[in-house]
Design a protein around this ligand. Structure first.
Ligand SMILES: NC(=O)c1ccc[n+]([C@@H]2O[C@H](COP(=O)([O-])OP(=O)(O)OC[C@H]3O[C@@H](n4cnc5c(N)ncnc54)[C@H](O)[C@@H]3O)[C@@H](O)[C@H]2O)c1
Length: 308
């Protein structure tokens, strides 16, 4: 039975991956820094492992001997990284360093490793759609730290023959996410009835529903992908923030006249994104969730999970 270790197992992406790999009959092991108050606490294979402790990582790996590791643990917030770059450095660079050296020092048969990077590494690309060959241009500490992690992965690929795949995830949303644009819009609508948004509305993102994110990760983790080290993970379509905000306002039954843009671009936020997803498509990936259906489902989930 192939075993999969998911770090950051109780997070937005990690928890969905646990369900997906369990449903596909893999042996699933989850690690997180704090597993109290998690719905997975009855699962014997969910362990409290702090990736801040490299020796602990090596010891646990010798017990678990995973065939695949999907590294989802760490900091995942651009704005917080601008406010506190040190914490973001620890959450991204230090944890990834500990994991990779922990794997090497454990002496286990090398697993396939999936590192979750971010489209943030591209910053403001010169042309759209963005291919994986586009130069990196970090605009925030979070993006810088992801670039550093990617370089670390490349170092381990070259010097320790590790099989590491880097996934640059674009704007993920969906069930389980308690942050970012749509979560913030919901809370603003409930609090003030107004949707005050950053930027001009002409900024754009390539949104991808969590169902498609985990399917992409599954494909790269389980298919033979000797050709490339880096994959874009996105829908392949550019959606303006104005259109996305109007769509979600309609779903929330907030009149679109209540959506206001302040023309201020937040520090660290890039302007326009659309991904070239040819590499992912060559593995058989096909986006399965439309933005409208994805947001309707997300709205239903938020209604049951917010404080309002
Ligand atoms: N969510 C997105 O839109 C998105 C987009 C691009 C990239 N990513 C990347 O994907 C990864 C997962 O993102 P997410 O949204 O699921 O994040 P998340 O914040 O929901 O989950 C991160 C998990 O890591 C755990 N963690 C933190 N420090 C740890 C430590 N020292 N030891 C063990 N576990 C620790 C946290 O407890 C949490 O459960 C991150 O690397 C993020 O940068 C996310």
């Amino acid at each position: 039975m192939t075993s999969v270790l998911i770090t950051g197992a109780k997070g937005f992406i990690g928890s969905s991956l646990i369900k997906l790999f369990t449903s596909k009959k893999y042996k699933v092991i989850g690690w997180d820094v704090d597993i109290k108050e998690t719905k997975f606490k009855d699962n014997d294979n969910l362990k409290e492992v702090d990736l801040g402790n490299q020796n602990l990582i090596s010891r646990e790996l010798i017990k678990d001997k995973p065939d695949i590791i999907i590294h989802c643990a760490g900091s995942a917030d651009v704005s917080k990284s601008v406010r506190n770059p040190d914490i973001d450095f620890q959450g991204n660079v230090a944890l990834t360093h500990n994991l990779l050296f922990g794997i090497y020092k454990s002496g286990i048969t090398l697993p396939k490793i999936i590192f979750l990077s971010s489209a943030a590494v591209y910053g403001n690309p010169k042309k759209l759609p963005i291919t994986e060959k586009a130069p990196v241009n970090p605009l925030s500490p979070y993006a810088l730290h992801k670039v550093m992690c990617e370089q670390m992965c490349q170092y381990f690929i070259s010097n320790y023959q590790m099989n590491i795949k880097i996934l640059r995830i674009f704007s993920a949303y969906g069930t389980g996410l308690k942050k970012q644009i749509f979560w913030d819009m919901y809370n603003k609508a409930k609090l003030t009835g107004r949707l005050d948004m950053f930027g001009s509305g002409n900024e754009s993102r390539d949104f991808i529903n969590i169902t498609d994110v985990i399917e992409s990760i599954y494909l790269v983790a389980t298919k033979d992908t000797a050709d490339y080290d880096i994959y874009n993970v996105a829908n392949g379509s550019e959606v303006s923030i104005r259109d996305a905000a109007t769509l979600f306002a309609n779903i929330m039954r907030v009149p679109s006249e209540k959506v206001y843009f302040n023309n201020v671009v937040r520090e660290g936020d890039p302007l326009n994104w659309q991904a070239d997803i040819s590499r992912l498509k060559n593995l058989g990936y096909k986006p399965s969730v439309s933005m409208e259906n994805g947001l309707v489902d997300y709205f239903k989930w938020i209604e049951g999970n917010s404080i309002y």
